[in-house]
Write a protein that binds this ligand. Structure first.
Ligand code: PMP
Length: 375
């Protein structure tokens, strides 16, 4: 039973600092409309399915051998995709950007060290940090005296950000642009100021960069001359390949040497490398859905505003919606109508991923009905 499992867990010689912790647990439920984990709802196009199958078939014969530990071809393709004159030796990849972040924190955080992030942000940043034994510091967003329904309450401001970095002197600082769950992208001036304020590592998590409004610059452009700056990306969102588990980062080549000290050898399987490369060779086709998702995101913002709710402006493939009196009741009511969205633990808010046009219409209809049930 659950109770005896809990009793056994209490007896197990678990690390003291892990006792009482809660694991990542976004619900994985079989419902018709799943808009809770910011995946790309569009299926992988047939042409790309074929390319992946061909690449994987070629590798299958050689699965008796360990994969290329340095995944050289994949790093070249990723550098090519990123542009900004990046070289393969500046790029590193792992099983999802979560694993990239874990490797970075194993190398640059760990016991006795401090990691700073600005809450609310991606919930895995503190979980991965404390998993390495580091101390997590919850930095804050917004300005003193902002109202609970102020759409700018989650903005980061240069002076306040720099001040918190100076006070906490973190070994690693996380920025997230566009930020999950608020959807806002950062000005590069803030990234530059944060970098200048720390002796530690600055990670800019750009998992959602491809969805940013056009002209939003990437922190990749700041890499030259900044050896402690790291920009992480993923193929789980815009590339519609969450199932492949392929995340990556770009930084000074010495950062990859630091990661090699902690990474498990052969961490990227031959199948993963082959699938990711085949996908990158067809990145134009794969990224075709990005424009649709951006306009659907804008439709969600406009439609929920008409329903009297308060969406945050978004540069991502999701929208943080404020203005709920009882967000938990609305979440449950949506679920009973077959629509799963995300309760991110912020009173008055829910987050929804922009799915296919049909899914978004189902969500918007269900939301209108749910507001009648559970205003
Ligand atoms: N960073 C952010 C901001 C995210 O929202 C996510 C996924 N929800 C990730 C990283 C991790 O994605 P993955 O491990 O699939 O690359």
């Amino acid at each position: 039973s659950e109770e005896s499992r809990a009793e056994v867990l209490a007896r197990l010689p678990l690390r003291d600092d892990l006792r009482g912790r809660t694991p990542y647990g976004a619900p994985q439920l079989e419902v018709p409309v799943r808009l809770n984990t910011n995946e790309n709802s569009h299926d992988v196009p047939g042409e790309v399915v074929q390319a992946i199958l061909d690449a994987v078939r070629q590798q299958a014969r050689h699965l008796n051998r360990y994969p290329d530990r340095e995944f050289t071809g994949l790093r070249e393709d990723l550098a090519n995709y990123l542009g900004h004159d990046l070289e393969a030796e500046q790029v590193w990849a792992a099983n999802g950007s979560n694993e990239v972040l874990q490797q970075l924190l194993q190398a640059f955080a760990g016991a006795g060290r401090t990691v700073l992030g600005f809450t609310p942000s991606y919930s895995m940043h503190p979980i991965i940090s404390t998993g390495t034994g580091a101390t997590w510091v919850d930095g804050r967003r917004g300005l003193d005296g902002q109202a609970a329904d102020d759409p700018h309450q989650f903005d980061l401001h240069i002076d306040e950000t720099v001040e918190q970095i100076r006070v906490h002197r973190p070994h690693v600082t996380f920025l997230c642009s566009p930020n999950n769950p608020t959807g806002t992208a950062l000005d590069l001036a803030l990234v530059e100021a944060a970098y200048a304020a720390t002796d530690g590592i600055l990670i800019v998590d750009e998992a959602y960069h491809e969805f940013a409004r056009s002209g939003t610059p990437s922190a990749l452009s700041l890499l030259p001359g900044r050896e402690r700056l790291i920009v992480s990306r993923t193929m789980s969102k815009a590339f519609a390949l969450a199932g492949v588990r392929l995340g990556y980062m770009a930084a000074h080549p010495a950062v990859t040497d630091a990661i090699r000290l902690v990474r498990l050898p052969y961490h990227l399987s031959s199948l993963t490398q082959a699938a990711a490369q085949a996908a990158l060779w067809h990145s134009d086709v794969l990224l075709d859905t990005v424009e649709t998702i951006k306009s659907e995101r804008d439709r969600i913002v406009a439609s929920v505003t008409e329903l009297g709710l308060k969406p945050a402006p978004s540069d991502a493939n999701f929208v943080l919606i404020g203005g709920f009196d009882d967000e938990k009741a609305v979440w449950r009511s949506l679920l009973s109508r077959g629509v799963l969205i995300r309760d991110v633990g912020l009173a008055g808010f829910l987050r929804v991923t922009a799915g296919t046009p049909a899914e978004n219409t189902k969500f918007l209809d269900a939301l209108a009905d749910s507001l009648l049930d559970a205003p």
